[in-house]
Design a protein around this ligand. Structure first.
Ligand code: DQA
Length: 138
């Protein structure tokens, strides 16, 4: 069975409560439970941290043994050379996802330190962005 992990960065623990007009009103835990039930053919894990170094540690932990990583590094996407370097350093393919379409938002959200090292990028489909990434790894 393929092993895939969703890694979420800062403030994504507040999904459902945070700016629901942009990010929706479903909590990530409820969404994740739905994905586990809908895709029993893969082993799906979930990790969230608000701390940059912990996101890097997790990428290093799983990046030589898992079959796929779905990464929403949230605001660190636009700032973190360290997370970008970690994605470059590991072997497991990474799909960068975003709930919102970062390209039609503020200019500072247009840059990604992850995209140059990702297998692909999915953005703007709400939580469905994660589901499209999961389907890629089936
Ligand atoms: C986000 C977009 C980022 O710009 C923002 O900082 C987030 C969430 C998204 O999923 O749309 O926290 O990654």
């Amino acid at each position: 069975m393929k092993k895939v992990i969703i890694i979420n960065g800062p403030n994504l623990n507040l999904l459902g409560k945070r700016e629901p007009d942009i990010y929706g009103s479903l909590s990530f835990d409820d969404f994740f439970d739905g994905m586990v039930k809908r895709y029993p053919q893969i082993s799906l894990d979930y990790y969230q941290s608000n701390i940059e170094g912990e996101v890097i540690d997790k990428l290093q932990d799983v990046g030589f043994s898992y079959d796929g990583i779905i990464l929403n590094a949230a605001a660190y996407t636009h700032t973190s050379l360290g997370i970008g370097d970690a994605v470059k350093a590991i072997q497991t393919p990474v799909i960068e996802v975003h709930i919102s379409n970062t390209l039609n938002r503020e200019e500072f959200r247009h840059q990604s330190f992850i995209a140059p090292h990702a297998q692909g990028v999915i953005l703007g489909f709400g939580l469905k962005s994660y589901e499209l990434a999961i389907q890629n790894f089936i």
